[in-house]
Design a protein around this ligand. Structure first.
Ligand code: NAD
Ligand code: UDP
Length: 330
């Protein structure tokens, strides 16, 4: 199968490209390198022992440029990762987020229609559920999102849902990710945030490495096992494999799936596991809650298990080990 992977040099995209190459698919990456580097390509090739990987440096909002690529390449499938993802930044620069995250999706959908591409997989997020009781299942009505980033995901889902009604033969799959962490076990690819990390795991690894003095734990007065926030962490390699399962088991119309482990882990549990597995201390201080954070978010992961025949395999121990190995190699 010939697969276009937008955002394929990014964190989740690069791991997904590895899995696609491992299975012998033809992969073409389109990325504008806004949040990734070209050297990822060599690392992907090294891990997957492949020779063939095509890359175009292009903006996925650029219809004319992408049209040329589509004409030339004749894709069977699109996996669309390209987008901005920093929640805090989206509050400060909402127009930039709406412009990029919506217009990339619209451009790709227009071209998918023009070239009659069979499969379209979109990176959505658990954030589209808004504030409601976990476990979150796909039948829940989506509630108000708390920031522009989340709204771009919800709006993109709506756009693709309307689009699918006029393209009934297409297989459109929305994947709602929970909290991806970890890295490829080779230590060659992983998450490399620019500046101060917003997410928990890259912050933890930077503290362990001594780049930052201590971790700030946002609140210990939630109604959870130890008062700290609970999330559903998923190893990025499991998440990448979820895309393969979605591609191979896609069916006509619009389908959406949670990709999570179904297990809730608190911030303190994650720190303790990190310290134990990696035998390294992570100094931390409890501070106020972060505005907008929910106490508990985890998936009901049963739909993907049943329909995509996919479930997570890797443990929290694997996630903290691989995250640390990647950080040490940087
Ligand atoms: P990432 O920033 O590592 O990768 C995204 C890639 O898209 C980058 O390489 C960036 O350069 C590229 N890109 C951005 N705008 C582009 C444009 N206009 N044209 C071409 N390329 C562009 O992010 P990631 O963590 O790999 O996330 C991938 C997708 O999954 C994003 O859509 C993100 O919103 C979504 N998602 C991520 C998480 C998470 O926690 N990482 C959770 C839920 C959903
Ligand atoms: N968190 C924290 N300190 C940090 C970053 C995150 O205590 O420096 C907590 C946060 O409050 C949440 C959990 O870790 O309970 C996961 O946060 P992250 O930003 O990684 O994911 P999200 O909140 O988007 O699910």
């Amino acid at each position: 199968m010939k697969v276009l992977v937008t955002g394929g040099t990014g964190y989740i995209g690069s791991h997904t490209v590895v899995e696609l190459l491992n299975l012998g698919h033809d992969v073409v990456i389109v990325d504008n390198l806004y949040n990734s580097q070209l050297d990822v390509l060599d690392k992907i090739l090294k891990i997957s022992n492949s020779k063939d990987l095509k890359f175009y440096e292009a903006d996925c909002k650029d219809y004319e440029k992408l049209d040329e690529i589509f004409k030339l390449e004749k894709f069977d499938s699109i996996i669309h990762f390209a987008g901005y993802k920093a929640v805090g930044e989206s509050v400060l620069k909402p127009l930039m987020y709406y412009d990029n995250n919506l217009n990339t999706t619209i451009t790709l959908a227009r071209l998918a229609e023009k070239y009659q591409i069979k499969n379209f997989i979109f990176s959505s997020s658990a954030t589209v559920y808004g504030e409601q009781q976990s476990p979150l299942n796909e039948n829940l009505e989506l509630k108000t999102t708390s920031n522009p980033y989340g709204e771009t995901k919800k709006m993109s889902e709506r756009i693709l849902s309307d689009f699918s009604k006029n393209n009934k033969d297409m297989h459109i799959t929305l994947l709602r990710y929970f909290n991806p962490i970890g890295a490829h076990e080779s230590g060659l690819i992983g998450e490399k945030p620019q500046g101060t990390p917003n997410n928990l795991m890259p912050y933890v690894t930077q503290v362990a490495k001594g780049i930052r003095e201590k971790l700030f734990v946002f609140g210990n007065d939630y109604d959870t096992v130890d008062g700290t926030g609970v999330r559903d962490y998923i190893h990025v390699v499991d998440l990448a494999k979820g895309h393969i399962a979605a591609l191979l088991n896609a069916h006509k119309g619009l389908n959406f799936y949670n990709l999570g482990s179904g297990i809730g882990t608190s911030v303190l549990e994650l720190i303790q596991t990190f310290e134990k597995v990696n035998e390294i201390k992570v100094p931390f201080e409890i501070v106020d809650r972060r505005p907008g954070d929910l106490a508990t978010v985890y998936a009901d992961a049963s739909k993907a298990k049943k329909e995509l025949r996919w479930e997570t395999k890797k443990t929290l121990e694997d996630m903290v080990k691989d995250s640390w190995f990647f950080e040490k190699n940087l």
